[in-house]
Design a protein around this ligand. Structure first.
Ligand code: PLP
Length: 396
């Protein structure tokens, strides 16, 4: 009865994992939920004030489809600072979260059958959106290279049908941060083969140790004309529910996005736009620093506990706020039943035996992966990971 299109996608695997953890908690089980793609935190004061001021002024109307001009100008200043280049408001579209920015990008760039290269493990929505837009995802496995694609592998995946490459650095789910050489290689390939780059830097504020987040357009400025930068305040300001993201790219793309968005959602929520504008105008960076140090400390706590893992390598967690475990050594056939367990089995056991919610790598195209979020309160994180280590160290 439904459109054939509905066969192309299921509900997001991460949302399903979150729902399973919530259902167990609602059933009265004590659950430590490590599934969330969001950070536990208070609102930034500037966000609260900006929203309340807009409400008190009685703001209630549509804005320009791709966001208020003042906000687009403020975002253009932000992107200019981030990239070290001059960006204008006409190169920015404000969207309802990064998810809509990515969806818009897929819809305005892809023709039926166009291939899009996506490094795997991947954030689950990338291939789903490509499929919905009529394209074909082509995966490049990064697992044997620390979750950063090898240039040769990306190059080998390019065909006459390739239209775009998705780069997500720092990566969800793996936490990998792309190095400059890899970005240069991909940028030059895109230029030589006339490809688009969709550059998702939603976790760009969270890089750890001596790692640095590099924007591809800063590393290779000539690639800017074929790059769409996707970002949001969902992670960097712990504002997942407020739904403000943006797309930065060539004016023609932004114009097409405006037309598309005018027929889908129109403008993102006006109060949330005012809140983010107030933050961009008045924020002094202290809220961002607080979030960063909260996550850095959670990461240390987590890595300390995970260093007791005996059969699973301790994750690197260079960026974002996820620990990504490689469970390959636990996936050998069991002596009893003979069948190889999958990460789904591990996730189910963790939930039923240890009350831990985690996301299986199958949601990210990796049957041996496991994603754990450390954006939760530290005491819970520590207790949860201690229990998880106990389960994994005796897994059979
Ligand atoms: N891109 C990546 C890599 C993400 O992990 C997420 C959310 O988890 C998004 C985009 C979507 O973010 P938003 O909530 O702003 O739509």
């Amino acid at each position: 009865m439904l459109a054939q299109r509905t066969n192309l996608f299921g509900s997001s695997g991460t949302a399903a994992a979150r729902a399973a953890a919530k259902a167990a908690a609602d059933a009265g089980k004590e659950i430590i939920d490590l599934t969330a793609g969001e950070i536990w935190s208070d609102l930034a004061p500037t966000i609260r004030e900006g929203a309340i001021e807009a409400i008190n002024r009685g703001v209630n109307r549509y804005t320009d489809t791709v966001g208020m001009m003042e906000l687009r100008e403020a975002l253009a200043r932000k992107v200019s600072l981030d990239t070290g280049q001059i960006w204008k408001a006409e190169e920015i579209a404000v969207t309802s979260g990064a998810k809509q920015a990515l969806f818009n990008a897929a819809m305005v760039l892809l023709n039926p059958g166009d291939e899009v290269i996506i490094p795997a493990p991947y954030w689950t929505t990338f291939p789903a959106q490509v499929l919905i837009a009529g394209g074909t995802p082509v995966f490049v496995d990064t697992r044997s290279n620390g979750y950063v694609p090898r240039f040769e592998d990306i190059k080998a995946a390019v065909t006459d049908r390739t239209r775009a490459i998705v780069i997500n650095t720092p990566s969800n789910p793996t936490g990998a941060v792309y190095d400059v050489q890899t970005l240069i290689g991909i940028a030059e390939l895109a230029i030589n083969r006339d490809l688009w780059i969709v550059f998702d830097e939603c976790y760009g504020d969270f890089v750890h140790g001596d790692h640095t987040h590099h924007l591809i357009v800063s590393v290779v400025p000539e690639v800017r004309a074929r790059t769409l930068i996707v970002n949001a305040f969902s992670k960097s300001l712990a504002l997942t529910g407020w739904r403000i993201g943006y797309l930065a790219g060539p004016k023609e793309v932004i114009n097409a996005v405006r037309a598309l968005q005018s027929h889908t959602t129109s403008n993102p929520n006006v109060i949330a736009q005012h809140a983010v504008l107030a933050h961009l105008q008045r924020g002094d960076g202290s809220y961002e620093s607080k979030l960063r140090s909260q996550l850095a400390s959670a990461r240390q706590i987590g890595l300390h506990v995970l260093s007791s893992l005996t059969r699973v390598p301790v994750p690197k967690a260079h960026g974002g706020f996820y620990f990504y475990l490689d469970l390959s050594d636990l996936m050998r056939p069991t002596s009893v039943g003979g069948a190889s367990p999958t990460a789904d089995d591990v996730v189910n056991s963790l939930l039923s035996e240890a009350g831990i919610g985690a996301v299986s790598g199958t949601a990210f195209g990796d049957p041996a992966g496991l994603r754990l979020s450390y954006g939760i309160p530290p005491e819970k994180l520590e207790t949860g990971l201690v229990r998880l280590v106990e389960v994994l160290n005796v897994w059979e």
